[in-house]
Structure formats: C-alpha cells, structure tokens
Design a protein around this ligand. Sequence first.
Ligand code: PLP
Length: 456
Amino acid sequence: MLDQLADLLTDIVEGQREFQARWLPYHQDASLTVDSAALREGAAALQERLQDNYPFFHPMYAGQMLKPPHQAAVLGYLAAMLINPNNHALDGGPATGQIEKELTAELARMYGYAEHLGHLTSSGTIANLEALWVARREHPERAVAFSEQAHYTHSRMCEVLGLRAVEVPSDSQGRMDTEALHQLCLSEDIGTVVATLGTTALGALDPLPRILELGARHGFRVHVDAAYGGFFRLVADDSTDGVDAAAFAAMAQADSIVVDPHKHGLQPYGCGCVLFRDPAVGRHYVHDSPYTYFTSDELHLGEISLECSRAGASAAALWLTLRMLPLHTDTGLGAVLRRCRRAALDWSERIRTSDRVALVLEPSLDIVVFFPDNGPRSASAISARSDALFEETMSDEENPLYLSKLRVKTALLTARYPDIEADAEWTTVLRSVLMKPEHADWVERIHATVEERLGA
Ligand SMILES: Cc1ncc(COP(=O)(O)O)c(C=O)c1O
C-alpha cells in the first residue's frame, strides 16, 4: 500500500501544479514561508510522536473499530485537500459538491430509496443528530425509542434536541426486544424508533422488518443507525459469507438511514452520511445565509445540512475509493466485506470448539465477542480473566495481539450459559472488530495466540 502511495503522491503534486498554473504566477507570502530543513526536522519529530500508536493497519490489531483508510482514499483526499474545497456551498466546492451529490445518490440507491435527500457529514454522530432533528421537526412532542444496545449518541442527542428518550430492552442476541417495543407503544407516545443495524458493542441487527410493521401500526418514524453495519447491505444475501438479507432489505422502507464511510467505507475520519427517504423533509432546513449560495441556482449542500463547513476532500476520497472498489456484491467493496465476514465466522467456529474460550453470541456481522472460559464460571472470575488476557496479549513484545474489552450485562451471558454464576450485574468480556479483510487469513493465528495465552 505504501509503495503505491509513494509512487502516486508526486502525480497529485503535479496535478496541483497544473491547476495553479492556470492563474497568474505568484509567490507564497514570506510570512508563510518556512525553511525546508526545519520543516523536514519538524516532520521527523511528528513521525516520532506518531510512533506512540497501536498498529491499526495490522491484522493482529483486532480490537476497536479502527483501521487506516484505503490508499485510494488517501490520494483522493490529498488531491482535493490541496485545493481545500468546502462542500457547504457550490461557491466553496463546485466539483466536490457535485461529486458529493452523486455519491449520496449512489448510497441511496444501494439502500433501495427511489428518491432521497441526503449528504455526507463529518461523523456518524452528526448524521444521527440530523436524523433525530428532522424526526423532532416531524413529531415535536413525541418521544424517541432505541434499544439499550444503541450507541450512546442517541440518548445524548435527544438531550441536545430536548426530546424524551426511552430505552427498549434487548433480547438474548443483543437485538431490540420488539415485544417490549410494542408494549411501550401502547403506553407511551413514541414518535421515532431508532433501529441499529450493527450495534457498536456486539454487531447485532435489530429486527427491522418487525420494527417497521410496528411503525405502521403505531405511527412512528423509523430511523436506521447503520453507521457501522450499513455497507453490509452489499452482502446481505443469507449466503455462507453474507449477512441477514431481511433486515437489510427492509432499509428501503426506513424514513432515514445513517451510514459511516469512515467505518466500513475505507475512508479517513470525517466521513459520515445521512439519507432521508422523503426529499420533502428538505423544508425543515430552510434558512437564510446572506453570505453564500450565489454561484449557482442548483441545490447547495449547506441548504440541506445542519453543518456549515465540511471537507470537500471527504467526497473526493470516497469517490476515488468507490471507483476502485465499487458498491458491488461479489467484487469491489462487497468482496472486502465478505472477507471480514468470513474472518468472523471462522474465528467463531474455532471458539465454539475450544475449551479455553467461549462465544458470548453468534456474530451477525464481523464483530466477535468472547470470554476466557478456562476457570470458574462466575461473572467476577470471567471479568478478571478478560482483564488479564487483554493486558497480557497487548504487552507481549514477541507476539502482540490487540483486543478490546466490553462490559455486558451478566444476563446476556447467563441466557446462553445458565451455569454462569451472576455474582455481578456486569461482566467484562473481550471484543474483536474484524474489519480488515486480512483478518480472514489471520484468525487462525489470532485464535492460537489467545489459546496459548490461556493455556500458559
Ligand atoms: C452504531 C453506531 N452509531 C453511531 C456511532 C457514532 O459514529 P461516529 O463515531 O462516526 O461519530 C457509532 C460509532 O462507533 C456506531 O457504531
């Protein structure tokens, strides 16, 4: 990856030179000029500081939702960043504004939206905020419900928006309990339900088809938070390396969708996306900006978004990435996702047949959650062993493995393993987000490392 990047970086600089050559020659102001040697030295000092990082690029990093962007994204970002367009208005970024509109249309098509309104955002948090803000405009007095497994952002954003938030319990698979949701709707005025496809902790899929049925019956909006899982739409075909078809197919009926290209879309941070099924929600955005929207009568993205300035470079990066790895089911990005899914299925199978580790639940996507099962089966003992394994694998200098920890309700464990003693309400377990396709070739080693550690 780095070799390809190094080769092409000069092309990017040449492209910028060509762009600049279209104007009268000028010199950068002396106040901005820095000494080359000093810049090199500063850059070296920065590289030194950046060494204090975990190896997110490496398959033995199997912890949090983290990985570097694809080289196409880096090139696309850099090429546009040298110009630094601002996608707030077509005044600030005519090319990247147009690109962003094409990209959002492509994403909307992937979800089966016949029409849409949408745009990129700077994160999943902001994209969800926007979807809930529109929900509040539609149903100002009504509450928002989401599962106890939903991302914490939903309760926080309800607070920001002054909306009442109600938590719905989850079932033994970490999915929203739709019977509990139904009962809730009989006693509370729920205006919007957030369904998560790919919960942050467990990668669980809320039962969207059933939630939509309840929505039709009780008259609530359905917002799908697919910040993490959204791109799995490409491989939602119930095949051996695919994921659940029904949940993802139902996205076409949801009122709004959030997906984060900076998670499974191979992008650098700063790239979320919000989509609405009904373009008429654009009326909620109407505002007056006396300083922008002058260069074109076409829609400016700032007219339909809450954020003002946003990097046009994000759109450029996503555009180049999807040109290289299109939204196809068996090739392009689909092939990448299938490898991640295979990694999760392969590792789960190894865990299932191990006597040293046990699965918390079957993975729905590519997140594997497990606990060391080589000692007393009580919540506190499992937590202690998880803490120890986490520390030991990470600090092993010869063969480090990076996992992440997760606190789950002990009831989630006892649902599958009734003999676990619930001597604490919460248990710490281990969680691996296998979001790099390389993981498919490395789970054997990852699993062996865990087993060796626990056998030692
Ligand atoms: C399901 C879900 N929603 C929302 C978010 C928040 O997204 P961001 O970190 O891009 O703000 C995350 C982040 O992990 C997530 O997994």
